[in-house]
Design a protein around this ligand. Structure first.
Ligand SMILES: Cc1cc2nc3c(=O)[nH]c(=O)nc-3n(C[C@H](O)[C@H](O)[C@H](O)COP(=O)(O)O)c2cc1C
Length: 329
């Protein structure tokens, strides 16, 4: 492959990577290129110091970005040779991806790849239309293919417990001044030109309650921000699901991120949007409670609601030039 062609492929892969979801849209990653190899690094300046002490959410976010790189390379006709955490002496180096031999992308890869820039986080209720059972099964399969488990929570009492834990965590976090400042830092005012943070147009100005209600993060913090589009009008909770892994190492967090992204893209391809509520996972005792009492010893990596909504939502990202360094790994 010519050097220019390889660089074009790598650029396209990083362009896809940046559209991954990340906690508060921190985009906590950077990329470097060495020949035909891409290095994915965790950007420690973009880790949440209070919300994400262990760096778990950062690695889940970077795992999602890694999935996009894999999909993009395959969609562009190249095998992706991935090494996760390749060097124990360099913990910030999360993965290397080498351009492998030529492959023809299968239909599913192309389908997922086509959703990467379209997928958006939802922050309100859903319509009453249920997520079809066969689609839920497919989503469970998508997570399993990456070594994680997606468990739909069908038991109403368990859904109420998860909603209550989310509420409790949100309540406790909002009483903590420093924690609140960290969330506000990533709230993006209307009309802002910032290329990161949560856009004011991506959540409702006056949120309607679902039953049970899953507390939203307070990105507006008392400001009259937030959108008024139809996508925020529905009031069904949707399908609640938890993404878990058996163990809880850094490798598991990266795997969970890849699984998450596969689930989200597959859902998006079938018109299903997803809302996240990870407040309780940022509190050690609540996450441990979930592990022991609700999840049969599995470790929660993501709490989400899935369903149908009106329109698509908005997204912002830093340009590739800001996250990609063209020098040796
Ligand atoms: C690990 C992780 C945790 C997240 N937690 C929440 C959350 O608690 N509440 C929320 O509204 N969004 C949450 N999100 C979604 C991000 O805010 C969202 O991905 C980011 O703002 C980018 O927007 P987009 O997904 O619409 O492209 C989370 C995403 C990740 C990857």
């Amino acid at each position: 492959m010519r050097v220019e062609d390889a660089m074009e492929t790598i650029n396209a892969a990083v362009q896809a990577a940046v559209w991954a979801p990340s906690v508060h849209n921190t985009q906590p990653w950077s990329f470097a290129v060495d020949g035909e190899e891409i290095a994915l690094r965790a950007d420690s300046d973009r880790k949440l110091r209070l919300g994400d002490v262990m760096g778990r959410e950062q690695l889940v976010s970077c795992g999602a970005a890694l999935m996009n790189v894999r999909l993009a390379l395959r969609a562009l006709g190249r095998e992706a040779q991935v090494r996760v955490l390749p060097d124990p002496d360099r913990p910030a180096l999360l993965a290397t991806v080498r351009l492998g031999g030529a492959v023809e992308a299968d239909e599913h890869t192309r389908l997922l790849h086509a959703q990467i820039e379209r997928r958006r986080t939802h922050r309100a209720g859903f319509t009453d239309e249920p997520v079809p059972g066969h689609l839920v099964e497919e989503l469970v399969y998508q997570a399993a293919a990456e070594g994680a488990r997606l468990t739909p929570i069908r038991d109403e009492a368990a859904v109420r417990v998860l909603a209550a834990l989310t509420d409790a965590a949100q309540e406790v976090q909002s009483q903590d001044r420093l924690f609140t400042l960290e969330v506000i830092r990533w709230g993006r005012p209307p009309g802002s030109t910032r290329a990161d943070g949560v856009p004011a147009e991506s959540y409702p100005r006056e949120p309607r309650r679902t039953r049970p209600h899953f507390a939203q993060r307070d990105y507006a913090h008392g400001h009259p921000w937030g959108g008024e589009s139809d996508q925020f009008a529905a009031t069904s909770t949707g399908l609640v699901a938890v993404l878990t892994t058996q163990a809880d190492s850094r490798e598991d967090w990266i795997a969970a991120g890849q699984a998450l992204q596969r689930v989200l893209l597959h859902a998006c391809a079938h018109g299903v949007r997803v809302a996240f509520h990870t407040q309780a996972l940022e509190m050690f005792h609540l996450r441990e409670f979930m592990r022991q009492e609700l999840l049969s010893g599995e470790n929660a990596q993501m709490i989400m609601r899935l369903g149908f909504t009106g329109d698509e939502g908005v997204g912002v990202r830093r340009p590739v030039g800001e996250v990609l360094e063209d020098r040796g790994i």
